[in-house]
Design a protein around this ligand. Structure first.
Ligand code: NAD
Length: 290
């Protein structure tokens, strides 16, 4: 299959490489000068998309996605499929889907979970929004790049699922970090704290699989001086998307709101930029109640 892949960054590059390795003819484009194994590079997004049956985008945000969609949709041929795997706001996802439909194209919003490790290993989870026909065409490619794909509903439903998942993730990480910092002050050993909570009702992915306390639980970014992993600024981006979505849908999300404020403070004023999102633990350690 002829596949155009636009946005070959930390996530896009290994995803495109996996498609090429599976035997697809992948033509890539990135505004930066990048090389990806098995992927031929085009001079522009439009050039990459012209002969493609599928165009995949993996871009930083909704504004960039809209700009790229404006360029490539007119270049795509009738019946081709546009798959956006970036994490963007629901409105951008729906706007691009409408634009694609108007041009006679199929489209799927398909953000991912699993991080750069999952992208490299081909074990991502895809959460997809779009028609049955569009999902059916995209599914074989999801199977190469990932281990699970859930068809969540119509256009925008994939982004809605991603935003809700990551709001839980941000809130839970903060809860896990503040509980460790409290346990420290109560004189509780961190390993004992992990042994209890990871097998009690406070267990969670952030405690059991991505523990923010170094030397405790399975290996995670806390064991690597909090180098990302999943950067705090990306967590902040997703939390902001959750609050934007809550505002436009009139949903009450007080915990999401507090988590957004804490990550904002952390990234913008407390040196959190470029650190893993679990570096909230040393942040809490340094603080006292007053
Ligand atoms: P990244 O910044 O490494 O990659 C984005 C790429 O897009 C860059 O190479 C950039 O040069 C390129 N780009 C920007 N504007 C462009 C344009 N107009 N035309 C062509 N290329 C352009 O980001 P990433 O970590 O690969 O993340 C991509 C998306 O995946 C984001 O939406 C992010 O939220 C989401 N995501 C990331 C992770 C993660 O762990 N990194 C996990 C899940 C989802």
């Amino acid at each position: 299959m002829n596949i155009a892949f636009i946005g070959l960054g930390n996530m896009g590059a290994p995803m495109a490489a996996n498609l090429a390795r599976a035997g697809h003819n992948v033509i890539g484009f990135d505004q930066a000068d990048v090389a990806v194994e098995g992927v031929k590079m085009a001079a522009s997004g439009t050039a990459a998309a012209t002969d493609a049956e599928v165009v995949i985008t993996m871009l930083p945000n909704g504004q960039i996605l809209r700009a790229v969609a404006n360029e490539v949709i007119p270049a795509m041929h009738n019946g081709a499929v546009l798959i956006d795997c970036s994490t963007v706001d629901v409105d951008s996802a729906r706007t691009v889907a409408q634009q694609a439909a108007n041009a006679g194209l199929l489209s799927v919003d398909a953000p991912v979970s699993g991080g750069i490790g999952g992208a490299a290993a081909g074990t991502l989870t895809f959460m997809a929004g779009g028609s049955e026909a569009a999902f059916a065409k995209a599914a074989p490619l999801f199977n190469i790049m990932g281990q699970k794909a859930v068809h969540c509903g119509e256009a925008g439903a994939g982004q809605a699922a991603k935003i809700c998942n990551n709001m839980i993730l941000g809130v839970t990480m903060i809860a896990t970090c503040e509980a460790f910092a409290l346990a420290d002050k109560l004189g509780l050993d961190r390993q004992k704290m992990f042994d209890v909570v990871s097998t009690s009702s406070g267990y969670s992915w952030t405690m059991n699989a991505y523990c923010p306390a170094p030397g405790v639980g399975p290996e995670s970014p806390s064991d690597n001086e909090y180098n990302p992993g999943f950067a705090a600024e990306l967590m902040l981006k997703d939390l902001r998307l959750s609050q934007q979505a809550a505002e436009s849908a009139d949903a009450d999300t007080p915990m999401g709101q507090i988590a957004t404020k804490l990550y904002e403070q952390f990234v913008e004023h407390e040196g959190g930029l470029g650190r893993d999102f679990s570096a909230m633990l040393p942040r809490f350690e340094k603080r006292s109640r007053n």
